[in-house]
Ligand binder design. Structure first.
Ligand code: PRP
Length: 212
C-alpha cells in the first residue's frame, strides 16, 4: 500500500478534465464513479490514490510530499515557486495572465502605477522586468472591482474567456504570460517511487499527444 502513488487533483472543472486524462492513460479509479462524501479514492489495481484539493493548494501537498504527484496551474507555480519537478504541460486549463483596465488607459510614467492583484509575485516580477515602480494592492478575489471603483489603475489577473472583463467594461492592456495545467512531482518521491512516477508520466505524455 505504501507504494501507491498519492495524486493531488485540483477540485472543480479543471480537476474533472485532468482526471479524464488519467483515466484515458489507464489509471481509472472505480471509487470515483460514486464519490459520495469521501475525500480519498483508491485504485489498488493501478497503484494510485486520488484526492481533490483547492487548486491553489495542490503545489503545497506535492512540495511537502503528502502527494507524490499532482496537477497545478502554471499561475500557482509562478506565484509560489514550490520546490517540485514540473514534468508535463497538459495543455488544458489554458488562460492568460494579463494587465487589465479601462479601455484607453494610458500609463503615466510620472506617477506610481497602482496595481491590484491576487498574484503579487508574478506582478512584482513583471513590473520589475519593465523597470516600472508600482504600488501593489493585494486582493483575494473580485479583482475586477478595483479599477471600477478607483482602488487601482489596473489589475493583473487571469483572463480565460474574457467575459468577466467585457461585462464590467474592462479590457486587456497587455499580456504577462500564458497559463496551462502542469503535471508536477515531489522531488523525493521522484527518486523513491521512480518506476511508478516514470511509468505514469510516460502514459500521460502519450495520452496528451493523442488528444492534441
Ligand atoms: C478568474 C479571474 C477572473 C475570471 C476570468 O476568477 O480572476 O475573474 O476567472 O475568467 P473569464 O475571462 O472567463 O471571465 P475565478 O473565477 O477563478 O475566481 P476569483 O474571483 O476567486 O479569482
Amino acid at each position: 500500500m505504501s507504494e501507491m502513488l498519492n495524486v493531488a487533483l485540483p477540485k472543480g472543472r479543471l480537476g474533472d478534465k485532468v482526471y479524464a486524462l488519467f483515466e484515458k492513460a489507464g489509471y481509472g479509479c472505480e471509487e470515483l464513479a460514486d464519490p459520495g462524501r469521501r475525500l480519498v479514492f483508491e485504485s489498488p489495481e493501478h497503484g494510485v490514490r486520488y484526492f481533490y484539493v483547492k487548486p491553489s493548494d495542490v503545489a503545497i501537498y506535492v512540495e511537502r510530499g503528502a502527494a507524490d504527484i499532482g496537477v497545478a496551474g502554471k499561475d500557482i507555480l509562478l506565484e509560489y515557486t514550490p520546490d517540485v519537478y514540473e514534468l508535463l504541460d497538459f495543455g488544458i486549463g489554458r488562460c492568460r495572465m494579463c494587465v487589465c483596465g479601462r479601455p484607453g488607459f494610458r500609463d503615466d510614467p510620472g506617477r506610481t502605477l497602482r496595481v491590484a492583484t491576487k498574484f503579487t509575485k508574478i506582478t512584482r516580477d513583471y513590473y520589475a522586468g519593465l523597470g516600472r515602480s508600482i504600488d501593489m494592492i493585494h486582493l483575494n478575489g473580485s479583482i475586477e472591482l478595483a479599477p471600477i471603483l478607483g482602488l487601482s489603475d489596473v489589475i493583473v489577473d487571469i483572463v480565460e474567456t474574457g467575459a468577466t472583463l467585457r461585462e464590467n467594461g474592462l479590457c486587456v492592456l497587455s499580456e504577462v504570460c500564458g497559463i496551462s495545467a502542469r503535471f508536477i512531482a515531489n522531488k523525493v518521491s521522484s527518486r523513491f517511487k521512480y518506476d511508478a512516477v516514470t511509468a505514469l508520466t510516460a502514459r500521460l505524455r502519450e495520452t496528451i499527444e493523442v488528444e492534441k
